[in-house]
Design a protein around this ligand. Structure first.
Ligand SMILES: [Zn+2]
Length: 418
């Protein structure tokens, strides 16, 4: 096996001497860690924080699932990897495009690069929608595997590098909307480590629990304690364990328990007339049950460019809006690909979400629960935890800079080498 360093997107990665497991705890807001420590339910994470490394790092914007998973696995920002939302509006056709296709990802992942150099790599995601991007260009011929727990029962050697995966993991197919969908990912990772000794593992979970259960509540605590036991087992098997999140999670309900929503399309239609602009909510995906397609970040596409300043002024004056950018300024400030921007980008404040038209959002799935969701700058804070202490070089680097979640593979691979 080659012992050279590997380069991707202007970063260098050391060939691992022992297995490195990066876990993306979907919706894993740092508050869950704080409250888990307080309640004494996550002893392994607590041990990593004490004897390894812990910081709160900055994720990519918008604080959604697809952009941040791609930032973590490519070590780059959306401006480089191209995934700037869960979907975007194609200006040439006027049609919304779901951003999960591998053709939209503009670079390969760290897992792909290592597999192409002959390393055995395992990439497992809870939701299958991420899988094909994660495995873009991955070489599955040398024992590497890329699969999802959602379709674990459908794995083939050709597409996933494994068949009969339920038998291998020793668990039944998990339910789509369950904590089990995530725990299956971790159990599969453990099984691979026990039996196949891959050197790079990426385990990406789902935020089903975090969308519905606040930190410190019984269901959230059970989930964190179940995850924690598995993190401990991964460490016990000799791996460097690195934990981060794609985004945090915030409470977006008012004192009556109703969501704090700005129906931005309706408001702009009222002020400017219908058809002047289109509000796109790039949180939208097939899992809208969690959040009613409501998040803290939207893009506005204008029919006529000359309306831009006027629309920006109107939006900025709405209570609950934190910031409005032009496409050029958001591309620069939040490192977004300009060709996938609208005309304006908008974020809500900590307690507010932005929707399009009220009639297009189905909030019935909330069933009277408080809305918890993400997308704004406030959910771009994510934990950055390593089971091992940092070497001098990376220790100095971590002190001098705001850590970014996209650096977690680099820190786990290079920063824990003595
Ligand atoms: Zn997510």
């Amino acid at each position: 096996m080659s012992k050279e360093k590997l380069q991707l997107n202007k970063r260098e990665y050391t060939w691992p001497k022992k297995p490195v497991v990066v876990v993306c705890i979907d919706g894993g807001d740092p508050e869950y860690i704080d409250s888990g420590i307080e309640d004494g339910i996550i002893p392994n994470i607590e041990d990593f924080m004490k004897n390894g490394f812990y910081a709160v790092s900055k994720g990519s914007m918008p604080s959604f699932t697809c952009p941040n998973n791609m930032s973590i696995v490519t070590g780059s920002e959306p401006v480089t990897h191209g995934i700037s939302g869960n979907f975007y509006l194609d200006r040439s056709t006027g049609e919304p495009v779901v951003m999960t296709g591998p053709e939209l990802l503009r670079t390969r992942s760290i897992m792909s690069e290592f597999s192409r150099k002959g390393a055995r790599v395992v990439s497992i995601t809870a939701k299958d929608k991420l899988r094909r991007q994660l495995q873009k260009g991955m070489d599955l011929s040398g024992g590497s595997v890329s699969m999802s727990s959602q379709f674990a029962d459908q794995c083939t050697l050709k597409e996933n590098g494994i068949e009969n995966s339920l038998e291998f993991v020793g668990r039944p197919q998990p339910d789509m909307y369950s904590a089990d969908l995530s725990l299956f990912v971790l159990d599969a990772g453990i099984k691979f480590l026990e039996e196949k000794r891959p050197v790079i593992l990426y385990l990406s979970l789902t935020d089903f629990i975090q969308h519905t259960h606040a930190p410190g509540t019984p269901v959230a605590n059970q989930f964190y304690s179940d995850m924690d036991a598995r993190f401990g087992r991964l460490r016990e098997l000799g791996a460097v364990v690195a934990l981060t999140a794609d985004h945090g999670m915030g409470d977006k309900a008012n004192e009556n328990g109703e969501p704090n929503v700005i129906w931005l399309q309706d408001l702009l239609d009222q002020k400017l007339g219908r058809g002047t602009c289109k509000v796109i909510c790039p949180i939208t995906d097939a899992f809208v049950g969690h959040h009613g397609a409501l998040g803290g970040f939207v893009r506005i596409y204008l029919k006529q460019k000359q309306d831009r300043n006027k629309v920006a002024e109107i939006v900025q004056s709405i209570s609950g809006i934190e910031k409005v950018w032009t496409a050029e300024s958001v591309a620069k400030e939040l490192e977004q690909p300009l060709d996938r921007e609208g005309d304006l980008a908008v974020v809500a404040d900590k307690r507010t979400v932005i929707g399009g038209s009220e009639k297009d959002h189905d909030l019935s799935a909330l069933k009277g629960k408080r809305l918890r969701t993400h997308g704004s700058l406030h959910e771009a804070k994510v934990p950055f935890i390593l089971s091992e202490p940092l070497n001098d070089i990376y220790s100095r680097r971590a002190k001098g800079n705001t850590l970014r979640s996209r650096e977690i593979f680099e820190y786990a691979l290079n920063g824990t080498e003595v």
